[in-house]
Write a protein that binds this ligand. Structure first.
Ligand code: C5J
Length: 219
């Protein structure tokens, strides 16, 4: 079975029971004029995730791994967006407002969709989620159980928000998680560093961390 040189120790996985999870690589987070930018973030910081993630995606597809994509967003009538999320802070545009890429973080809008370089293939599941975690209010758990998946290779944005929330949810559900350090991204350098350190600390309290070249090497 493939074994990756990872932190805090090597990560072994069975490709038959492992999925690559690509979290929220949406225009709304990584391109100007979307949700990320309305919150005052420099979206350029997330764009550097795209080339290594595109390479990893190609390797995972070639190795026959299940690939699952997620998208954060809401129904057009916002019935799945709690007021606590909608009204938080002072963004330049709120969820549902019209923006240059369509209504901010609304399902079906151009900005809500996944960037061209990481476009899902027709048979790859895309999980629409209203929250930060990929398991909350979705059928991801059932999907993975149905396919016998017990290990997750986790990528996407942002490291300390949707990636962390998902990895924590996954841990409590019994999954082994490898987070790919150059295939996750944050608007904040210090959160990227701390977010990754928190996964592997305490003997791998939430899982493992490794760069994509180490993973691709063994795929
Ligand atoms: C955020 C996410 N940061 N996908 N969402 O609001 O991490």
């Amino acid at each position: 079975m493939p074994t990756v040189d990872a932190s805090p120790y090597s990560f072994t996985f069975d490709p038959e029971s492992t999925a690559l999870l690509v979290i929220d690589m949406q225009r709304d987070f990584v391109e100007p004029g979307g949700f990320g930018e309305t919150l005052g973030n420099d979206v350029g910081k997330l764009q550097k995730v795209i080339p290594p993630l595109a390479r990893l995606l190609g390797a995972a597809r070639a190795a026959g791994l299940l690939v699952v994509h997620t998208r954060e967003g809401h129904l057009p009538d916002l019935s799945d967006c709690p007021p606590a999320k909608l009204n938080r802070g002072a963004p330049s545009m709120r969820i549902g407002d019209p923006g240059p890429k369509g209504r901010i973080l609304i399902r079906g809008e151009y900005g809500h969709d996944i960037v061209d370089d990481l476009k899902p293939l027709g048979d790859e599941p895309v999980i629409d989620k209203p929250g930060k975690g990929s398991f909350y209010a979705t059928d991801l758990g059932e999907l993975l159980a149905g396919k016998g998946v017990t290990s997750l290779i986790v990528t996407g944005v942002t490291t300390e928000v949707c990636v962390h929330t998902t990895v924590r949810e996954a841990n409590d559900r019994g999954f082994e998680c490898l987070v790919v350090s150059d295939c996750v991204g944050s608007y904040f350098d210090e959160f990227q560093e701390a977010g990754l350190a928190m996964i592997a600390a305490q003997g791998g309290i939430f899982g493992w961390v490794a760069p994509s070249d180490k993973l691709i090497e063994v795929m």
